[in-house]
Design a protein around this ligand. Structure first.
Ligand code: ADP
Length: 190
């Protein structure tokens, strides 16, 4: 299997790039944010549990998120590999993912990270909020809270993957095509 994590702050372009990469490398795309939003719109028990966190821009508790991720992998087993988008977002999630994949004799080949400055991200997210309908994109305080969650809980994952020589950052500013090329240059060598 070939498994990659696409990493970056909210609004850095993970979902956009994952859409290209899943086709190019024939990977199954798992976006935890999309899964939560799907559950919220279908009013499932998981959705009802998650909606308060998403609306505030807080991370959903690890136990809930990890279980959802594992279920998604287990329901989509016949694939060449996965592109994980928005997961892991905490140290516990990263450790759980490694353990879960190791049980299957698999692992993460690499993490590719989109590096973008916060000011540009706020502009991008507010713009997205005009059409996405996402309440967490429409309020600068909620956006700042997501950055705060990122700094306090998620940023440590750079070191987690760097310690395994699996972290590869790219400049996430530029046209979509140029950024895709930057990512592919790295992924081709993994
Ligand atoms: P963005 O990267 O723009 O913040 P996402 O769609 O990836 O958008 O995530 C939206 C929200 O979903 C997060 O703010 C959080 O509430 C929840 N979420 C997504 N992934 C995770 C995760 N791995 N752990 C906890 N919460 C998550």
């Amino acid at each position: 299997m070939f498994n990659i994590v696409i990493f970056g702050k909210p609004g850095s372009g993970k979902g956009t790039q994952a859409d290209f990469l899943k086709n190019k490398y024939d990977l199954y795309h798992i976006s935890t944010g999309d899964l939560f939003r799907k559950n919220i719109s279908n009013k499932t028990k998981l959705g009802l549990e998650a909606m308060f966190y998403l609306d505030k821009g807080d991370l959903v508790p690890d136990s809930v998120t990890i279980k959802m991720l594992e279920n998604e992998v287990l329901s989509n087993k016949d694939v060449n590999g996965y592109i994980f988008d928005g997961f892991p977002r905490t140290h516990s999630q990263a450790a759980a993912l490694d353990a879960f994949l190791a049980e299957k004799g698999e692992g993460i080949n690499g993490m590719v990270a989109l590096e973008v400055t916060e000011d540009l991200l706020v502009t991008r997210l507010l713009k997205r909020g005009e059409t996405s309908g996402r309440s967490d994109d429409q309020d600068e305080l909620k956006i700042r809270n997501r950055f705060n969650e990122y700094e306090t809980k998620t940023a440590v994952l750079k070191d987690y993957y760097q310690d395994q020589n699996k972290y590869f950052g790219v400049d996430g500013i530029g046209s979509i095509d140029v950024i895709t090329k930057r990512l592919c240059e790295i992924i081709d060598k993994l």
